[in-house]
Ligand binder design. Structure first.
Ligand SMILES: Cc1ncc(COP(=O)(O)O)c(C=O)c1O
Length: 365
């Protein structure tokens, strides 16, 4: 059978997320491994009646409440089925086939995939090892130099996944100024916002060419429901919203999102618990003499003694999932572990030390 298919879509190699993860301790995708308090979830569930489910979602009320939550107006807000969907809309709207999308690398993989799917030219600026700073680093000048008349979109991930580093305001503003000079849009992805002091929210509200994205998938702990937010000047948000499906965000996601906005106590508790767990993990790794990269996000990169792929495999046998990188990546010698409560980190640490330092290896089997 022959049929037409968009060649960019047809030829893009996709690896879809792993299934059957529920039987594992999931430290591979930066989800909250503990989840929300179950009494909160039970209370919210009581509001899901047959009538609630038989009505199309009405997102405007949540838009208004979220705007109030961050000190903005509803016109500044766009909602989406996770940041995933919002990124697609933004790249469809502000990208141009054959023109550049500038990001750093390594970073969140879906930027590259969306560029392939949409026929946009992905222009990654690579992290390099900086001997003086003793860390991987991308000079801001290199990002600015990559932005030119061919650039339509620049994506800044604050803090970056997986590198954990956040941007200084003045560096971010240099990128925004440079992009503005070439009429390019800057997307600032703050998926890990709650773990990080630095935010560019006010820049997104002040500048015409900046859109900031946030998600309810990470600290807010509802990735299953898919709820993402974009924040920006009313004019750019209006254009971005043109591309949306009519009922993009489901009503259950809106309900949980709204209830969470009213529960500062839960949000504070989640922040505190992750911070405590990350601090514990980092101190233990230091004690054990490990090199690691830990910044302002709910994940840590650990340089393993064995091949990270082997450690990944041994951890999988112990029913723990973590993330590793390809052989061409600057962080090929590292694994990324999601950080959560101290209990979870203690469980991970025992298994990790056994896997990385134990004598059992894949070859022994
Ligand atoms: C930097 C970054 N942006 C966006 C996302 C996707 O978030 P969502 O669940 O809202 O689609 C992730 C998920 O890992 C991420 O790391």
């Amino acid at each position: 059978m022959s049929f037409y298919a968009d060649p960019n879509i047809k030829n893009t190699e996709r690896i879809f997320p792993e299934q059957g993860r529920s039987e594992y301790l999931r430290l591979d995708m930066n989800e909250n491994p503990t989840g929300l308090p179950s009494d909160f979830v039970d209370d919210v569930k009581k509001k899901i009646t047959p009538e609630f489910l038989s009505t199309y979602p009405e997102p405007d009320d949540f838009r208004k409440k979220y705007a109030g939550y961050i000190g903005a107006k509803p016109e500044n807000i766009m909602l989406g089925n996770g940041t995933d969907a919002i990124l697609r809309y933004l790249l469809e709207t502000f990208g141009e086939q054959g023109k550049d999308v500038v990001t750093v690398s390594p970073t969140f993989e879906m930027y590259r995939i969306n560029c392939l799917l949409l026929g946009l030219n992905h222009r990654p600026v690579m992290y390099e090892w900086n001997e003086t700073m003793k860390r991987f680093f991308v000079p801001i000048e290199k990002i600015c130099d990559a932005i030119n008349e061919n650039t339509r979109v620049v994506i800044v991930t604050n803090p970056n996944n997986p590198m954990t580093d956040a941007y200084e305001r003045e560096d971010f503003l240099r990128i925004v100024d440079r992009a503005e000079a070439f009429n390019a849009v800057v997307i600032c992805d703050e998926a890990y916002h709650y773990f990080c002091e630095s935010t560019m929210r006010d820049v997104a509200l002040e500048r015409k060419n900046v859109i900031l994205t946030r998600t309810f998938s990470k600290l807010m702990s509802i990735p299953a429901l898919r709820l993402g937010v974009a924040i920006g000047d009313p004019e750019i948000i209006k254009v971005a919203r043109q591309s949306q499906l009519s009922f993009d965000v489901n009503a259950v996601a809106l309900l949980f999102g709204e209830e969470l906005l009213g529960r500062a106590d839960i949000v504070e508790g989640l922040i505190e618990s992750e911070r405590e767990g990350r601090k514990y993990l980092v101190e233990e790794l230091k004690e054990e003499g490990y090199e690691y990269i830990a910044g302002e996000a709910n994940y840590v990169l650990i340089k393993t003694k064995k091949d990270p792929k082997e450690v990944e495999r041994l951890l999988r046998e112990k029913k723990i999932l973590i993330h590793t990188y390809g052989s061409s990546s600057v962080i090929k010698d590292y694994l990324r572990v999601t950080t959560g409560s101290k209990d979870i980190m203690a469980r991970f640490l025992i298994a990790f030390l056994e896997a990385d330092q134990g004598t059992e290896s894949v070859d022994d089997k």
